[in-house]
Write a protein that binds this ligand. Structure first.
Ligand code: HEC
Length: 170
C-alpha cells in the first residue's frame, strides 16, 4: 500500500514540475516577443493598420533625428565622388548621369533630355530625404536595374551630409 502511495505522490510531483517548467518557459517566450505583437490581435485589420502606421511614424522620426546634425560643406566634398557622372550646377548639363541641380523634390527620371533606364522611369517616386537616403546607400538594390554604377555610401552621416548638400542646390 505504502509503495503505491509513494508512486502516486511521485507522479503528482512530476506533473507539478512540468507545470512549473511550462510556466517559466511561457513567460520567457512572452518576454521575448515584441510588446506590439503580444498586445495586438492580428486578425483585427484596424489594429494592425494602427501598428503599421506607428512603425512608419517611428521610421520617419528616426530619419528626422538623423538630420538634426548635418554639414553641407562635408556633403559637398562627398559629392566629388558623383561629379564624374553628374553636373551639380544650375546649367543642368547632361553627363553620364542626369544633372542634379534641384533634384530634391523632383520626380525621378524627370530630365527630358536624359535617357534614363526603364528601371528609373518605372520607379515613379519623388526624390526626397527618404528615397535618396535609401537609393544612395545602395542604388542597385533600391532601384533594381538602374544604370547608375555606384557602390553606395554606407555611412548614415555621409548620406545625411550629401543629401543636405543636394537640398542646398536650388
Ligand atoms: C559612374 C557614374 C555615376 C556616379 C559615380 C554616380 N551616379 Fe548617379 N546616376 C548615374 C546614372 C547613369 C544615372 C541614371 C540612372 C538610370 O537611368 O537608371 C544616375 C542617376 C542618379 C539619380 C537620379 C536622378 C533623376 O533625375 O532621377 C540621382 C539622385 C543620383 N544619380 C545621385 C547620385 C549621387 C548623389 C552620386 C554620388 C554619391 C552619384 N549619383 C554617383 C551615374 C552615376
Amino acid at each position: 500500500m505504502n509503495k503505491y502511495f509513494l508512486s502516486i505522490i511521485s507522479i503528482l510531483l512530476l506533473f507539478q514540475s512540468f507545470k512549473v517548467f511550462d510556466e517559466i518557459f511561457y513567460h520567457e517566450e512572452e518576454a521575448k516577443g515584441s510588446k506590439i505583437f503580444a498586445e495586438v490581435d492580428d486578425t483585427d485589420p484596424d489594429l494592425t493598420e494602427d501598428v503599421n502606421e506607428k512603425v512608419e511614424v517611428a521610421e520617419k522620426l528616426d530619419l528626422d533625428s538623423l538630420f538634426v546634425n548635418f554639414d553641407v560643406k562635408k556633403g559637398e566634398k562627398i559629392a566629388k565622388q558623383c561629379s564624374a557622372c553628374h553636373d551639380f550646377s544650375v546649367n543642368l548639363k547632361v553627363k553620364i548621369g542626369p544633372p542634379l541641380w534641384g533634384v530634391v523634390g523632383r520626380k525621378a527620371a524627370a530630365i527630358s533630355d536624359y535617357k534614363y533606364s526603364d528601371a528609373l522611369v518605372n520607379f515613379k517616386k519623388d526624390w526626397n530625404r527618404e528615397t535618396l537616403f535609401s537609393f544612395l546607400e545602395n542604388p542597385k538594390n533600391y532601384v533594381k536595374g538602374t544604370k547608375m554604377i555606384y557602390k553606395g555610401l554606407k555611412k548614415n552621416s555621409d548620406r545625411v551630409n550629401l543629401i543636405s548638400y543636394l537640398e542646398s542646390l536650388k
